[in-house]
Design a protein around this ligand. Structure first.
Ligand code: PMV
Length: 322
């Protein structure tokens, strides 16, 4: 067996990872919490082939070179080191959603890669180990490995920083409707954002506030208290963007469509329809609602002038072999 294919979901963070304590190992400053997305996934196939002179990386049908390829090769190297092999590999990765548009494609990509590469190399790693390898590719990828809702314990070194499941897929029928307000690649990568994060004058304040917010968020989630959960969700999303906007250099991810969705949600709530927003490092908005309101909210979102299309996600299983 020198070939394996894995599929893995993207995830949306309720509590965000922003800023790295160790930028080589992707060790975060704080714990984070997320939901896997059923309709946003990456399928990755890895073949270790003795006849290859170099690694080959194909993403969405394009042969990749340079820094982007190196990030994939770095993970192959991690796997090769554990498996004690030098054999080169062919990697083929396919997303079913727009790349780099505020839907974390790196999370689904690196978690799928971690499982496919390790299995193809003959390793049989535990979920914890796969989560660690995925984290080395992209921090948020470690949360996609576990089923349903992931909790990333920041840890203090490579061995102790990984995700565990907070709750399984069926725990709470939440929906995450992604309102795509821009399909363009974002101008500042999350890597640049993480680097700039600590230069925001609010960064330290955020860190002192977070333990309480994480506790409240976990409590609201486990109690399925949607109103409290939603309020904390929005506070956290705005915090991330305030930090981005106040870092040096400042980064603005929002566009007119982003703000239109945020304002509309507030209005709909006043009318009795409950939904809350969050965003990652991008312009697109993730709207969280309960399953019973999914159709009505999706219908209203699609009517907004700034929204190009929507993607309705249920909680999903984590990384798995296919
Ligand atoms: O995993 P990265 O390096 O792409 O960082 C992800 C950062 C956010 O998506 C903005 C937040 C998060 O926790 O997913």
């Amino acid at each position: 067996m020198n070939k394996a294919t894995a599929v893995s979901p993207a995830n949306i963070a309720f509590i965000k990872y922003w800023g790295k304590k160790d930028s080589k190992l992707n060790i975060p400053f704080n714990d984070s919490l997320s939901m896997n997305l059923s309709e946003c996934s990456t399928t990755s196939t890895v073949v270790f082939d003795e006849s290859l002179k170099d690694d080959f990386v194909d993403i969405n049908g394009k042969n990749i070179e340079g820094d982007k390829k190196q990030r994939v090769v770095d993970i192959l190297d991690v796997v090769r080191k554990i498996a004690r092999t030098r054999v080169k590999a062919r990697v083929k990765s396919e997303n079913n959603f727009p790349t780099a548009a505020g839907i974390a494609s790196s999370a689904s990509a690196f978690s799928a890669l971690a499982l496919a590469a390790s299995w193809a190399a003959g390793l049989r790693l535990s979920n914890r180990e796969i989560s660690i390898v995925a984290r080395l590719g992209s921090g948020s990828a470690c949360r996609s490995v576990v089923d349903g809702f992931g909790y990333w314990k920041r840890g203090k070194d490579n061995r102790t920083s990984y995700a565990v499941p907070l709750a399984l897929v069926d725990y709470w029928q939440l929906r995450d409707i992604v309102a795509v307000v821009s399909k363009e690649s974002k101008k500042a990568s999350s890597t640049e954002g993480h680097e700039a994060a600590t230069t925001s004058p609010y960064f330290k304040t955020r860190l002192t506030m977070l333990p309480k917010r994480i506790k409240l968020m976990k409590g609201a989630f486990l109690a399925r208290d949607f109103s409290t959960f939603g309020q904390l969700l929005e506070e956290e999303a705005v915090d991330l963007h305030v930090m981005a906007m106040t870092s040096k250099p400042p980064i603005f991810y929002w566009n007119e469509g982003t703000v239109q969705v945020m304002k509309s949600l507030r209005k709909w709530r006043e009318e009795g329809l409950e939904a809350y927003y969050t965003m990652d490092a991008g312009a697109n908005v993730h709207i969280m609602c309960l399953a019973k309101d999914e159709k009505e909210i999706n219908k209203r979102l699609k009517k907004l002038s700034g929204v190009e299309f929507t993607i309705v996600n249920r909680p999903a299983r984590g990384t798995r072999l296919v």
